[in-house]
Design a protein around this ligand. Structure first.
Ligand code: AMP
Ligand code: MG
Length: 429
């Protein structure tokens, strides 16, 4: 992996005390490289894992032309040949799904066919049964010539996937539909990247863990819980190291253990500029770490780099302490970095343009992630409003919100009714 210093030294306008969000993400992207380990797993276990290989279809899916409806299969030429506006055909048998399709009707014959059954030889069209009148003798059917066109209601061999076509690409995070797709190809096992191990802990002498008495001036540690939730959703192995006291020996031991066992280490608290605790000193001592003030709100201070201990190294994200800032910096920096580290290619989340229900004050020169509630307004349009208190310590704002209102670096204040961009929380999982 390239060193942080070498990446940073190539930037002409680098200012660690007012670093734009995009530039921070570019630096992180250049420093992080995927882990190499690969394992072979049964397809069910591949859910939420990262494919390490392209999956090329070994067969045509479907393997035969087949019917998309319950109805009657026939040769489309019968439609053009009809003398009147109805078509009459002789029924010579029934094709069930799973049969090999031995029937071969002539141009004046049809085969009763079930959905998924192989199209009889020479047939290219299916008339759905609801358009068909069975004649009294039971062996003939009649239907209007204009109720189907040649080729209707037939699924073509290979239309889902042709043999030799790439069904899924390396880097894909396997979704439920992909499990089905793999099964439809008869693929039993796939090669996936090994899971990441991510260690995390909270720092700060004011923090108490659940179950401990809340002494005067103390708060319960909530960051480890939001981190747990966000990391679980990314399907990584977790190493929750608890709260680490603001004590140089305890901190150093925690950083070393984390670094020796995990691919990435995430801490919260103690990285503010002017912070008097030891967290920053120890991070800097253990590796190639830089301390940023990012031009964003919430979330300003953040440490990023790589730390080493006894020949092992790990990526380090030192997130701010404020609970909302932890979530915002996780989603907007750590998430993409972990995707890269796990070898996943995940497209950027969409930003949707919707109307702001209210005025929002904003200064150009920083990116803001306001917590928003997107809902349909009385006039039927989608509209977003902010969730009351936007302080970076107000975790309730994240619980109430269903989206970020993303106000870009250059964005000025918003007037009620102006369009703004939102990023839905649903896409973040
Ligand atoms: P810091 O970044 O360490 O200056 O912390 C900023 C604010 O976040 C302070 O009010 C801390 O008490 C609070 N804070 C830090 N870590 C946590 C945590 N793990 N859980 C809840 N609040 C925290
Ligand atoms: Mg602190």
């Amino acid at each position: 992996m390239p060193s942080l210093q070498s990446v940073i030294s190539c930037l002409s306008d680098y200012d660690p005390t007012a670093l734009p969000v995009d530039q921070a993400n570019r630096i992180i992207g250049e420093v992080v490289e995927p882990v190499l380990g690969v394992e072979q797993v049964p397809i069910r276990s591949a859910l939420d894992r990262v494919l390490a290989e392209d999956i090329v279809s070994p067969i045509d899916v479907p393997a035969h032309d087949n019917s998309a409806m319950d109805g009657y299969a026939f040769r489309g030429e019968a439609l053009a040949a009809a003398q009147t506006d109805t078509v009459e055909l002789e029924v010579i048998g029934t094709a069930f799904a799973g049969g090999a399709g031995e029937l071969a009707p002539t141009a004046v014959q049809a085969v009763r066919i079930m959905t998924g059954a192989v199209m009889p030889a020479g047939c290219d069209t299916v008339v759905p049964q609801e358009f068909v009148e069975a004649l009294a003798d039971g062996a003939r059917i009649r239907f209007a010539a204009d109720c189907v066109r040649t080729g209707d209601n037939r699924r073509l061999r290979g239309e889902d996937l042709a043999r030799g076509q790439a069904a899924l690409q390396a880097g894909r995070v396997v979704q439920p539909a992909d499990l089905g797709l793999l099964a439809s190809l008869g693929v039993a096992e796939v090669r996936v990247r090994r899971r990441l191990r991510v260690a995390f802990f909270s720092t700060g002498d004011e923090l108490r863990s659940i179950g401990e008495p809340l002494d005067a001036g103390c708060v319960y540690d909530s960051n480890r819980y939001t981190l747990h939730g966000m990391l679980r959703r990314m399907n990584v192995e977790l190493l929750d190291m608890g709260v680490v006291r603001d004590d140089p020996d305890a901190l150093e031991a925690a950083f070393r253990t984390a670094c020796e066992t995990a691919d990435a280490v995430i801490t919260s608290g103690g990285v503010s500029v002017g912070e008097a605790d030891y967290t920053k000193q120890i991070m800097a001592r253990l590796g190639d770490v830089t301390f940023w003030k990012i031009a964003m709100r919430p979330g300003r201070p953040m440490a990023f780099g790589r730390i080493n201990s006894n020949g092992r190294d790990a990526l380090l994200f030192g997130l701010p302490g404020n609970p909302v800032a932890v979530m915002v910096t996780f989603y907007h920096f750590v998430r993409a970095a972990l995707h890269r580290l796990m070898g996943a290619s995940v497209p950027p989340l969409p930003l949707l343009r919707v109307r702001s229900a209210q005025a929002i004050r904003k200064k150009p020169g920083r990116t803001e992630y306001q917590r928003g509630i997107l809902a349909r307004a009385a006039d039927g349009q989608w509209e977003v409003r902010i969730t009351g208190q936007q302080g970076s310590g107000v975790l309730r704002s994240m619980s109430e919100a269903n989206c970020f209102i993303v106000l870009g670096h250059e964005h000025d204040s918003v007037r009620a009714g102006d369009p703004v961009e939102v990023m839905l929380f649903d896409g973040l999982v």
